[in-house]
Design a protein around this ligand. Sequence first.
Ligand SMILES: [Ca+2]
Ligand SMILES: [Ca+2]
Length: 279
Amino acid sequence: MTCNLTLELVQGMNLISLPISDPSITDASSLAAKIGANCTEIVKFNSATQQYVSYLPGWSPLNNFAIVGGEGYIVTVNSPSNLELSGIGWVSPFSISLVTGDNMIGYPINDPTAATAADWIFKIGGNCAAISKWDVATQKWQSYNTAMPPQADFFIVVGEGYYVSMIGAGELILEGESWCPTGRVPPCGNYGDLDNDGYVTVNDAILVANYAVGGWSNVSADTPLTETEFVLRAEVNADGVVDMADSTYIANYAMYVQGYDTFPICEVCPKPQCTFTIT
Ligand SMILES: [Ca+2]
Ligand SMILES: [Ca+2]
């Protein structure tokens, strides 16, 4: 499943990483092209040589390095810009190798145990001396290290890049959902999954709304299901009709709205134990 995500770049330096894999971004020149004419420089940190590598859009093909998941990049723009990404999520677990010295890395997976700099130090282990971020608001570096407590911990943010300073080799393993949310699995059976992709997403809620408004002919081209199966899966609130209330219920479930952790139909008729009939 593809998704869209926008990174907002401030005028000046930004330390970013790609939260999703966008097939149109493979190297520094394609990243610069995606940002547009405002992009004046893209820098990577080569951890093997411990040196910066700079790509200057429009100047020469020199240093047109590969852009990959899990790396951080310093992107300079001469006015505020948006980086519009379209692609698929990185695969969890995502392992990032860290060498002695500095490493500039990203945050490719939404790992609930890696939400702050202190979390990262804990996950990486004893060889990690410091995590540093580039604060775009102040255009200054901010560090969290193990040597001089107490300091202000900071949140690790999707789309940003970070320096990880190591006194020996190590690894950061991120595990969780991708930044391209795939949606929730149905609470029981395959209720709420109208496009048959295995998940309950907003797209399923839209299909039910279209059915409620325009009938089968309004959705038949957008689902592999038969009408009978479609109606069975769409009737999630167990009131005997497929209407906008079901669409709303499915949307709330897909978006993890509080109080919508299951469907009423799962109490009445949890598939495959029974077959529900719509009158
Ligand atoms: Ca679905
Ligand atoms: Ca209903």
